[in-house]
Design a protein around this ligand. Structure first.
Ligand code: 3PG
Length: 212
């Protein structure tokens, strides 16, 4: 089943960005996030366990939507799709990556950081992009500035987002959701403190999104 990026980013206000050491760890964390109301997960290929974790998490519940994150090479699109990824997220955008995602029927949320990146994304037909690394690249003031020349473009800011600053990003008219790793603190993952992760997920799931 193919769901568009437009639909996926509207499922919840926060997409957790995840990196797992093993498929088992991925299953535990994904279950805990799902129990807290998080339905969309971005499991990155930053670790060797990424694809196996996607495969496992994608089967956990009928309403879970697992995407592949940190797509940096076109050939990763096919592998991720085969593993069960329903969408892809990349830190940046190239024509080859765009083409590979298209060929695989993998909806892509491509990363941008500059107006020139945005022009390429618009040329390729994207209406929603990831703003990365959000906080480091100018945060809320930068997104406000980008709204002028690109009024129709929507962003999912990721990078440096936390429980504290997420509401100020989500309050922007050009932000549809945010992404981040704060729902899965390393210590909680290592200790298999699923209750803590569920608690962080529950708090994130109810954040308000005036723009959507
Ligand atoms: C990403 O790839 O989106 C980020 O690395 C997540 O950033 P964070 O760890 O600062 O939330």
């Amino acid at each position: 089943m193919t769901t568009s990026v437009a639909d996926i980013v509207r499922i919840g206000p926060v997409i957790p960005v995840l990196a797992f050491e093993s498929a088992e760890q991925g299953e535990g964390v994904s279950r805990a996030l799902h129990a807290g109301g998080v339905r969309v997960l971005e499991i990155t290929l930053r670790t060797a366990a990424g694809l196996a974790a996607i495969e496992r998490a994608a089967r956990l519940a009928p309403d879970i939507v697992v995407g592949v994150g940190t797509l940096t090479s076109p050939r990763q699109c096919a592998m991720a799709k085969k593993a069960g990824a329903r969408f892809g997220v990349s830190p940046g955008l190239t024509r080859d990556l765009h083409q590979a995602a298209q060929d695989e029927g993998l909806p892509l949320l491509p990363g941008v950081m500059t107006p020139s990146d945005i022009l390429l994304a618009l040329e390729l037909g994207y209406e929603i992009v990831k703003f990365f690394p959000a906080q480091q690249a100018g945060g809320v003031p930068m997104l406000k500035a980008l709204h002028g020349p690109f009024p129709g473009l929507k962003f999912c800011p990721t990078g440096g987002i936390s429980a504290d600053n997420a509401p100020s990003f989500l309050a922007l008219p050009n932000v549809v959701c945010v992404g981040g790793s704060w729902l899965t603190p390393q210590a909680a993952v290592a200790a298999q403190d699923w209750a803590r992760i569920t608690q962080l997920a529950s708090a994130a799931s109810v954040l308000a999104r005036p723009a959507t």
